[in-house]
Design a protein around this ligand. Sequence first.
Ligand SMILES: [Zn+2]
Length: 600
Amino acid sequence: MGDLIYFKIYAGKAYGFGHLNRSIILYELLKDRYDVHFIVWGDEKAESILRSKNIPYIHSKSERYFLHLIKENSPHIVIMDCRDTKASHIIKIKPYTKVLAIDDLGSGSHYVDITIHSLPIPTLSTAQANFSGSDYLILSDDLLKHKRPRTQKKPFPRLLISFGGEDPYGLTEYTLRLIEEIPHHCQVDIVLGPLYKGSRELGSANIIVSPLNFYHILQESDLVITSFGMTIYEALVLDVPVITINPTNYHNDLGDQIDGIMNLGIGNEVNKSEILNGLSYFLSNKDNNWIRKEIVGDKSIKTGGDRRIVDIIEQLSVKRDDKCPVCHKPSRVFSRNKWINEYHCFHCYTFFRSSDYSYHEDYLDDYFTDQYRNQYGKTYLEDKEQINRFNQARLKVLNALVPLKDENPPLRLLEIGSAMGFFLELARDTGYNVTGCEISNYASDYAIKELNLNVLQGNFNESRFDRDKYDLIVAWYFIEHHKDFLATLDKIKSLLKKGGVLGLSTPNTHGTSFLNNPVKYISKIPKDHFIEFSPRSLSLLLKNEGFRVEKIVMTGLHFDRFTQWFGVSLPKYRWLKQFVLWVLKMIRFGDTFEIYARKL
Ligand SMILES: [Zn+2]
């Protein structure tokens, strides 16, 4: 048997059978290659459907029992077909399995590996999808059997009204009353569901209750009036034009997002004349071909959504499980795009991307000129004075950790990513024996020719250096550019003497800017940052790699960002500003930081 896959679904009277039915379609496509089981939460009918199809299932009435199953059996993938998963629940199962969620709007959807939205989502929802759109709709074979070209022009167009199983808002009667006010020439069919409680005195309309051949009726119609739901898509597959009148704002919002239908709004007294106008535009004196052209246009629904989802399941089954690379715990997804997720770990605050992510930046000459000017208003060279203010402070810290004596030979310092050599120049003048490594030709040329420094032009990971030779190694804003940051750190460690000190500076993923607006912060992380740390996560990483953290310096402290964060405007008294910056420093909320660690 292949890898174990669980389908977790709710089914039964209270939830409907839509989730169960489409999961069964996927099951049929997966069962020969995987060991597929259903975990059902619902009533006896759901279970009898599964039994009748010989589908293995486990009844689970509690989340605790479900968690127990996951821990016991470690399924390869859990497919959640529930509209509203809970974050606390997904976080508990994530360490044991990969999770795929279909049409999930719950807080749990932020923690699953891959999400698919085949249906539109409410405008205000923050749920994101890796794959979305009607290309991922799972349509039943029975529906597809009814798909055939529509060419015949009937003398009396047929209009179908169908508002689902219960129609609790009475839209069937509402719509019929409006249609009676319009001169029309259609035959009106009304489909009522098993739970319909409204009046059955519906004039001259042809009433059909709970039909077994609904797709046939739909296919025979020239126009269907319904509200947001699967009937819309089924009609579009059969090329039947759709007009929607919705019970609530929620349904109307979703209806607005579907191409190729005429969404007339919410069916109430307030909108009555508008809906009446909309209906009469289509129902008076028009032939059905005109209606179809006017409403559907050239929009059509692609069939084969089930196979597209099965492809995704197969790819997910061989994909690496993305866990926080520092603490290895599950993390929250902040942005999704096909196979690439952007994560922020809520234990140690590391930012990272899916393992499949790759990006190449050439660090061409304009990185130090035009690109730098665009960001800071001047070139790197013109900014030397400001940059050296930081460099002076860094040297002071390093000097306190590894004091310069009148040693012969002098202490050796290596700077990785030495840019135009400003830090190396200061370090040399202070008395260190300095070496640099810089990938940019433009910057390393300047350091060598203008500042007379010993700089190796090239990629650090591909360059050769003496092992166990350096007393100090520094890399300012460097580590976050490395996909394989662990190998880079290993190499750095091998070059340091025992007792030598490593100095790094890097953005803080748990600083004021992140806390002020996490979504905005993460969306602005440069593409060439493969990882970003917090003081907590970088300390943890260095400790795991055999270093002892000796000092953390908070930088990037901004009074304005702090007041923005709290949404207050504070007077800019000098003492108040200094106090706020001191507090930010103490609680490590700077937007950047430096960390100094000794090799043990
Ligand atoms: Zn972590």
